[in-house]
Design a protein around this ligand. Sequence first.
Ligand code: NCD
Ligand code: ZN
Length: 364
Amino acid sequence: MTSTSTFLEGTDISINRLTIRRWLERHVHVRRRPMMDVVLPCTLNQHAAGAVFMGNHPHPYETSTIEKTLAHRREIDSLIPEGSDFTPIMTLYLTDHISPDEVVRGFKEGVWRAAKLYMANQQGQGGTTGSQHGVRDLRGRYPVFAAMEKHQIPLLGHFEAVEEKVDEFDREIRSVNRDLKPLMKAFPGLPIVFEHITDGRAAEFVAEANHNIQATVTCHHLMHNRNVLFWEGLNPLKWAKPVFKKEPHRRKVRKYVTSGHKRFGAGTDSAPHDEVAKCRLCRCAAGIFTALSAVEFYAMVFDEDNALPHLEAFLSENFVGLYGMKPSEKKMTLVRQPRLLPLKVGDVWVEGGGTSLPWELLAA
Ligand code: NCD
Ligand code: ZN
């Protein structure tokens, strides 16, 4: 950090140490066992007060019904240590088939706290891992959205146009115009989270919309632009959806985040794949595994922008109520000391593996 001049008065911050509320991981993939055995502890070790779990497992295991979601919840619970107060937040994997009544029942019974929208095209192709069984007919789901609006069930949207002819780098903004805007118009009271936002135009739209809409932002999209995909040879470890964008988009999203805009919150989209899936010659799996050191990555970004006073709200406060959470009363501490990351966790390559980060997260 170059200066302390922007520190807010009265905050418990010094240059080398930062104690803040435990955070909420608003978007994570932990897969199923046995991979879950090695990746879920990473999120727990990051002192998250809770996490929003995405259920895009290979068909037929996606969390598209109450029973499947409960089964996934049991898997997660079995790995949470006794006495932990970590809160798993389950999501419904929305399909063309589930009825509005079932969506509401799962919400009322506390099975899920939000519905995750993945879209597939008319050929049943999805734009990201495990999205083939997502929604093909968005208009056909309007009765579900009406019920969600009525019961204030948040819609967590992966907004990318999946059609083959759409330019890969414009998929997000195309979906904003084609899918999101009509949706917001039709359901002005529907709470929406725009997941892993990457396009500066989309971020501006979220920041200024007259609607209960927020966005999660990953650490990797704050750190990298699309050059990392190509630098020193095509790099499958940097292949994730949405694809990294041009530098001006990264900067614009990052500006909203580190300037403390309340509509943006941390959701890593940490998405582990084993080495075979990542290194396939064709159909390389999309996803970057950041769960091991996500808080340190975010801290590094805020620090670089001389914005550490805004880190706590982004990690631990902004729109956590949407998921039925309160900002945690428990604390965690970041210390400015090198943290060397391992190359791999189990069979999963680690984002930043082999490098040293400037911050390390400790318990309170
Ligand atoms: C995610 C995954 O692997 O499950 N992949 C990714 O590139 N982000 C799915 C998703 O969130 O798009
Ligand atoms: Zn995801």
